[in-house]
Design a protein around this ligand. Structure first.
Ligand code: FAD
Length: 525
């Protein structure tokens, strides 16, 4: 049987090489894919879904979608394409939940792997002597990982603001939210990965084993391998959250106090912030919905032309229904009072609400569902995410808020600092030089067919002005979820890391088969 299989593999390879040489495809589709022995299946006709993403601006149709049911389906497909050599134009993109903004999970005339259909061992919580982790598929959604971990009273430490994203998708970027100042981004909280490289090899990697591949893949924009499994570090989970918002008029006070809060040990568990400029619009509320039960809330505070800065905080605690843990509740409130007493926000703007841990972490989903029901989720999202060094954040704010950006009615603008010491400089992600830097996220939605200041064109022009300003003022800003179209721009983005990045590509995906939608490398012909 082994002999038969190798004869068959040889025949497939032989025929596909001829097909490539003669530019011969059956019905325009690389026919050799049809003949691969896989447990899952390929979809060749209905491929539109893989040509869409959250950004809603780029649409590249693949030749096929692979719905893998095992890691070996992925390995076999990539190995097959690898063996076809540089003559074939076939590329491969892993698609997590397709929440990219610029077609990063798409593969024009290539193969898109629908990572969510990857099956494998069930999620499993494992205790070692020194730490606990959950072993999950690379296509697993973070919301499912949260639900599974909570069955054991545990939780991952670091999050994104939205949980309906996959492990492979966020680990390919960084995964940043209000817990990152303490725990680092999600890529700082991974114990081990299973990866399929651009040569089709299945490799386990961690800090100790194949460490170069491990660090390459983390924040690697999908360039070095497909994450098929990940072991995510866990900690004991709280059950309840005190969720707090306060407003500031003064930017310097706002950022000074954010920085003060992220530098202490005894502080809040989550620290973010956002900017409110001449707020009137509807779309703005989706991401910043506070307590849907409470109609009078900070997110609807009209700024009447002024710029306000909202500090958003959370303190976790346990509430045990059986012994009605009043003691812990009182202690948490005391701690919050102590921490707030050091701050100089506008006193009348203090909002505190209490929600469950799951409600807090999954907060954006409430707004997502509302927008979906109004057809406002599937609009273009020309988002711009920047990392700005602490020493330049004031200059950035003066140049952008109220100047380039005249209002925030097209979507929220997040701004919060993180500690660089919690990031590992061996990973592939690019961050600014300083010890503290800010994530500034312009999460805009464009209104289709509009010609006004909520049109795609207007927002894109605004984004370009912001980027030009950063460049001219030499702020040392870096794009997060970066998007560039030329090699020169990518080189500038990576700066001194570029050589290492190219080396890594050469080692793990020499034909540039993987993640073509990032447009960093082009497949060799
Ligand atoms: P996809 O869009 O499917 O893929 C992204 C990239 O990763 C592609 O290049 C793809 O080829 C590659 N990829 C996907 N899966 C794998 C894999 N298994 N192995 C290797 N490569 C893979 N980010 C934050 O950091 N913090 C936030 O708070 C945050 N909030 C967000 C909220 C919303 C509503 C949205 C839409 C995005 C948000 N993001 C945030 C950005 C998000 O982390 C990225 O867009 C992420 O890539 C989306 O994950 P995905 O599973 O949809 O990945």
């Amino acid at each position: 049987q082994t002999n038969m299989l190798s004869i068959r593999s040889f025949m497939i390879l032989f025929l596909s090489c001829i097909a490539v040489r003669m530019n011969l495809c059956f019905t325009g589709i690389p026919f050799s894919l049809r003949m691969l022995y896989i447990n899952g299946h390929f979809e060749f006709e209905k491929v539109e879904f893989a040509a869409r993403d959250f950004g809603n601006r780029y649409q590249y149709y693949p030749a096929a979608i692979l719905h893998p049911s095992s890691v070996s389906d992925i390995a076999m497909t990539i190995k097959h394409i690898w063996k076809m050599g540089p003559g074939s134009e076939l590329t491969v993109a892993a698609r997590g939940h397709g929440h990219s903004l610029h077609g990063q999970a798409q593969a024009h005339r290539g193969v898109v792997i629908n990572m969510e259909s990857l099956q494998g061992p069930q999620m499993q919580v494992v205790h070692t002597r020194s730490f606990t982790y959950i072993d999950v598929s690379g296509g697993e959604l973070w919301i499912n990982i949260l639900q599974e971990s909570l069955k054991y009273g545990l939780t991952p430490k670091s999050w994104t603001d939205y949980l309906h994203l996959t492990v492979g998708g966020t680990l390919s970027n960084a995964g940043i939210s209000g817990q990152a100042f303490r725990h680092g981004p999600q890529i700082s909280n991974v114990h081990q990965l299973e990866v399929v490289t651009g040569k089709g090899d299945v490799v386990n990697c961690s800090k100790e084993q194949n460490s170069d591949l491990f660090y390459s893949v983390l924040g690697g924009l999908g360039q070095f391998g497909i994450i098929t499994r990940a072991k995510i570090l866990l900690e004991p989970a709280p059950t309840m959250v005190k969720w707090i918002r306060v407003l500031y008029f003064d930017f310097t006070t706002f950022t000074r106090e954010q920085e003060l809060l992220i530098s202490g040990e005894n502080t809040f568990d989550y620290i973010e912030g956002f900017v409110i400029i001449n707020r009137t619009g509807l779309l703005n509320n989706w991401r910043s919905s506070f307590d849907p039960q409470d109609p009078v809330q900070a997110s609807q505070f009209k700024s009447e032309g002024k710029i306000l800065y909202c500090l958003e905080l959370a303190k976790y605690f346990h509430h045990n229904k059986d012994n009605n843990n009043l003691h812990e509740h009182a202690f948490t409130m005391q701690e919050i009072k102590r921490l707030l007493s050091r701050l100089s926000y506008i006193p009348s703007t203090l909002f505190i609400s209490e929600v469950t841990y799951v409600e807090f972490l999954d907060r954006v989903q409430v707004s997502a569902v509302k927008l979906q029901s109004k057809g406002l989720w599937e609009v273009p999202h020309p988002w711009l995410n920047l990392l700005i060094p602490k020493s330049k954040i004031k200059e950035f704010a003066e140049g952008v808020f109220g100047n380039i950006l005249k209002e925030t009615s097209n979507g929220p603008v997040l701004i919060y600092p993180v500690n660089k010491s919690k990031w590992d400089n061996r990973t592939s992600v690019v961050i600014p030089e300083e010890d503290i830097f800010y994530l500034v996220a312009f999460l805009t939605s464009a209104v289709p067919w509009s010609r006004g200041n909520d049109s795609l064109e207007y927002i894109l022009t605004q984004n370009t002005r912001i980027l030009d300003f950063c460049k001219t003022a030499n702020l040392g800003a870096k794009q997060y979820l970066p998007h560039y179209t030329t090699r020169k721009e990518w080189q500038a983005h990576f700066g001194p890391m570029w050589e290492t990045y190219v080396e890594r590509k050469r080692a793990y995906d020499p034909l540039a088969i993987l993640a073509p939608g990032q447009r960093i490398f082009k497949k060799a012909k």
